[in-house]
Design a protein. Structure first.
Length: 252
């Protein structure tokens, strides 16, 4: 029960990494607010979370929705201790072929929403005498990748923004850390592989990027999130942690 008596917001909680984090938090004693665009997937996550949860369907591209998430959280549970900025969007593209509309969506969801939700949460974290903000970036927030122009740009910004936030908030006992997953078995990744000209070859090629020669599982990311949310990591802030099956191990 490492998160007993703590309240957490988890965005992108309807599937994949967000769902795994929300369920892991509940198992560790937290009260969890499940945030996502689609109510049905959120309801499926909620099925695994007992009574200590609140479902909020919201569009993180809308500042009013972000304010509402925090207001509803505090109205229901009376406090806020942890924010997990996990929701993300990915549309492939190169410097000359990335659509401007896709660029805007990835910047709004992957980057701007992280800032706005963290900012909205700050007064309540301060009331608690501290807290933990966990931003889910990516290995491509640390290095580049072909055909991922806007995604790399947004995740690289999340990684460095996390460090800047950590510096700003460290003396208030508000810790900001960043998880940088490799390729994880999620609906987003499955859909991307399925649309490749040769899905089996695309999967093999991407698995081979990892020293362990496999994709990660959502619960393998959730374990790191639990650690960063708990008091076990109380002297950690500003870290960008690859959880990537060895993806980064061979990079310069």
């Amino acid at each position: 029960m490492r998160l007993k008596d703590k309240t957490a917001i988890v965005t992108g909680a309807g599937s994949g990494i967000g769902r795994a984090i929300a369920i892991a938090f509940v198992k560790e004693g937290a009260k969890v607010v499940l945030v996502g665009r689609r109510r049905d997937p959120l309801a499926e996550t909620a099925r695994h979370c007992g009574q200590n949860r609140l479902v909020i369907a919201a569009d993180l591209r809308q500042p009013a929705d972000i304010s509402g998430i925090v207001e509803q959280t505090v109205a229901r549970f009376g406090a806020l201790d942890i924010v997990v900025n996990n929701a993300g969007a990915l549309v492939a593209g190169t410097v000359d072929k990335q659509k401007e509309s896709d660029w805007d969506e990835m910047m709004d969801v992957n980057l701007k929403a992280v800032w706005l939700l963290s900012r909205a949460a700050l007064p309540h974290l301060r009331q608690r005498g501290g807290g933990s903000i966990i931003n889910v970036s990516s290995v491509v927030g640390l290095i580049g990748m072909r055909n991922r122009l806007a995604y790399c740009a947004s995740k690289g910004a999340v990684t460095n923004m996390s460090k800047a936030m950590a510096m700003d908030l460290a003396t208030e006992n508000i810790r900001v850390n960043c998880i940088c997953p490799g390729i994880v078995e999620t609906e987003l990744v499955a859909d991307f592989v399925r649309k490749a000209p040769d899905p089996a070859a695309a999967r093999r090629a991407r698995e081979a990027l990892h020293a362990m020669n496999r994709f990660g599982q959502p619960d393998e990311i959730a374990g790191c999130a639990v650690f960063l949310a708990s008091d076990e990591s109380r002297w950690m802030t500003g870290a960008a942690i690859p959880v990537d099956g060895g993806y980064m191990a061979g990079k310069a």
